[in-house]
Design a protein around this ligand. Sequence first.
Ligand SMILES: NC(=O)c1ccc[n+]([C@@H]2O[C@H](COP(=O)([O-])OP(=O)(O)OC[C@H]3O[C@@H](n4cnc5c(N)ncnc54)[C@H](OP(=O)(O)O)[C@@H]3O)[C@@H](O)[C@H]2O)c1
Length: 293
Amino acid sequence: MQHRILATRKIGGRAVSAIGLGGMPMSIEGRPDRDRSIATIHAAVDAGVTFIDTADAYHLHADEVGHNEELIAEALRSYGGDTSGVLVATKGGHLRPGDGSWTKDGRPEYLKEAAKASAKRLGVEAIGLYQFHRPDPDVPYGDSVGAIRDLLDEGVIEMAGISNANPDQIREANDILGGRLVSVQNQFSPRFRSSLPELELCAELGIAFLPWSPLGGISLARSGALGTEYSAFLEVAEAHGVSPFQVTLAWELALAPVVVPIPGASRPASITDSAAAAELRLTADEVARLSAA
Ligand SMILES: NC(=O)c1ccc[n+]([C@@H]2O[C@H](COP(=O)([O-])OP(=O)(O)OC[C@H]3O[C@@H](n4cnc5c(N)ncnc54)[C@H](OP(=O)(O)O)[C@@H]3O)[C@@H](O)[C@H]2O)c1
């Protein structure tokens, strides 16, 4: 199948679609069956998405670590076309023991093993982008990031990113990585704007900023409350004849050229709609209005 071409942005040296796909809703609580997940990933590629975000911790039960990585690898293998241009980014450092909680392990030896296990599940020799999922308060941040640097140097990963980092951690990680930090993934949406300083720092440093839960998170997005909670987004959406989800993503894209939102999806229609935000142009007045909303 011939997929669409979307506007692109840069993550390190790679051009990727300006809108990515977040894989988490396909593997945690409320996940769909396997066939719908595969169809969702195929729909993303059909829509021109060439960036997919996952993590080894996107799973439900203790014995299925890497559930989401395996789904993505399987979907890319079974897509009836060329998927070599799709960058798959995964993460390590978070764990799910199976009781619904999320725990952390930022020990260098753990991260190195986790990355190798992720590469195996993804079926790649080197992981395109590997992100340290979340700082572990029991391990010095520099030690965890040092493991990511070693993985880069050893060729286990091609590019390095971090997630849930503050400005000091972004600068520290970039120093430890010798200027090779390519991405920062933090929570950012109309509802959660406190990562704006990190977004602005990334814009200054030329590092990709990947807003996670860019639609306010699975529950808010699925409830349809996005447009009612922030009526300006609904009004702008109506003016353009598009969904408030598209307007939200287009607003995030308009904040800086380094922004690449990764909306989650568990239905083909969700990512097909979200991907179209890469082509939606808002006026400067609209962006200012949404920023003030
Ligand atoms: N680094 C971290 O610590 C961290 C934490 C959380 C998330 N993430 C990453 O960020 C990604 C996105 O975050 P998220 O999944 O939590 O939340 P989100 O992207 O804010 O919302 C996801 C939900 O929005 C719905 N949706 C998406 N586009 C839609 C559209 N155009 N129309 C209608 N509904 C739409 C989907 O519903 P359906 O399920 O019905 O399709 C999906 O479940 C995750 O998948 C994950 O990759 C990272």
